[in-house]
Design a protein around this ligand. Structure first.
Ligand SMILES: Cc1cc2nc3c(=O)[nH]c(=O)nc-3n(C[C@H](O)[C@H](O)[C@H](O)COP(=O)(O)OP(=O)(O)OC[C@H]3O[C@@H](n4cnc5c(N)ncnc54)[C@H](O)[C@@H]3O)c2cc1C
Length: 369
């Protein structure tokens, strides 16, 4: 008999939820991660008493009551409500696009005035039948001012390409809210775990054996020999040794700064839309937890090209990569003892609630409860 029922490659949210459910079904689990910590991208690092979202700001939000109740079994959530701001040419605007945004943009006061202004702005663009690129699509949906102030330069920084070279499908719709409500999410539940995401991950993985600084591909045969099954949550193309080529990603670079002032920007998230700023947003972490420290930590987030060795953040779900992904998926289907789950193995962007829901589904199918 092997020592473990499951070798779980990757101690991120997907691996942690699956491990918890496996252990609840009496399975023995070994979690390995190549990083020096578990938690994957939701891991927080404490800097002078402030929890820093090391791999990008994470706000938990969901409409799925099962998922909300599940995560609340491990940690209580605070009442943080995401209300980001956007900075453009010296002015701060509220997001998501709502009456506060419209009144600052156009000095309109009522929903009817705002709707009329948007229609006027869309003008001739509204008649574009098949937008040929992201620029045409955005102009058709929201008109000139919103496109130029909020979308054009921000999106070009994010993707590293001109808006006229980007495909229209990147923007499917632009949500407008005609009330004075700055709550970014429409979901019924949101917040930040009290004590941070690490508390959630610790609760989920309690009882599992964990090996850190352990890259699956450096000791694959020895690790496989330890368990009957593998749950793999790393990059799917790497699992197959990039046999058909590399899947493309956009990456991010983070610059963290500890500052000797109590408050830098008065809000957790401020986007910087202009091209003149090489970063897309500044996160001030203490505001996620209503911190009162005399100092603060901010993080500037720089979009960057992906190259082998840097963190894969956003999949590029275009036609070429989809064809490649489907070829890898075919190979994966031929391996009955290996499960593929999570954002890297699925090559998809998933919010945390979708990640939890998908891991619960996989566990239900595997353990028939
Ligand atoms: C910048 C950014 C911001 C986000 N913000 C939000 C948000 O506000 N709200 C929200 O709901 N969602 C957000 N998300 C999504 C969220 O990060 C994901 O839902 C979640 O992290 C997915 O968990 P995972 O376990 O699939 O992947 P990951 O967290 O990436 O975990 C995968 C783990 O596998 C390990 N691994 C990979 N390869 C190997 C190997 N060869 N050997 C050993 N270990 C390996 C990695 O080190 C990593 O720890 C955001 C994502 C990004 C990129």
């Amino acid at each position: 008999m092997k020592k473990y029922d499951y070798l779980i490659v990757g101690g991120g949210l997907f691996g942690a939820v699956f491990a918890h459910q496996a252990m609840a079904s009496g399975k023995r689990c070994l979690i390995i991660d190549k990083r020096p910590h578990i938690g994957g991208n939701i891991y927080c690092e404490e800097v002078d008493g402030i929890r820093v979202h090391k791999y990008g700001a994470h706000i938990f939000h969901t409409d799925n009551k099962e998922v909300w109740d599940y995560v609340n079994r491990f940690v209580e959530f605070n009442r943080y409500t995401n209300s980001p701001l956007a900075y453009y040419k010296g002015v701060l605007y509220n997001l998501p696009f709502n009456m506060n945004t419209f009144s600052k943009l156009w000095e309109v006061n009522t929903p009817a005035e705002a709707k009329a202004k948007i229609e006027e702005q869309r003008g001739e663009y509204a008649d574009i039948e098949c937008p040929a690129n992201l620029e045409e699509q955005a102009l058709k949906l929201c008109g000139k001012d919103i496109y130029e102030i909020f979308i054009k330069e921000y999106t070009e920084k994010q993707w590293g390409r001109s808006a006229t070279e980007l495909p229209a499908f990147i923007i499917k719709r632009i949500p407008f809210r005609f009330t004075y409500d700055n709550n970014y999410f429409n979901d019924g539940y949101q917040g930040i775990p009290k004590g941070g995401y690490n508390v959630l991950i610790q609760g989920l993985t309690e009882g599992a054996d964990v090996l850190l600084n352990t890259d699956y591909f450096k000791s694959r045969a020895e690790l496989d020999a330890l368990a009957d099954h593998v749950l793999y949550t790393g990059c799917i193309d790497e699992f197959f040794d990039f046999k058909y080529g590399h899947l493309e990603y956009r990456s991010l670079r983070f610059e963290h700064e500890l500052m000797n002032i109590s408050d830098f920007q008065g809000n957790a998230v401020v986007n910087y839309n202009e091209r003149a700023f090489p970063y897309t947003r500044i996160i001030e972490h203490k505001h996620f937890e209503f911190g009162c420290q005399p100092h603060t930590v901010i993080t500037r987030e720089f979009p960057s090209d992906f190259f082998v060795g840097c963190e894969p953040y956003y999949p590029v779900n275009d036609a070429t990569n989809t064809v490649l992904l489907n070829r890898y998926k075919k190979l994966a289907e031929e391996l009955p003892n290996v499960l593929f789950g999570g954002r890297l193995a699925q090559y998809a962007y998933f919010d945390m609630d979708d990640t939890v829901a998908a891991a619960l589904d996989m566990a239900r199918n595997s353990f028939k409860y």
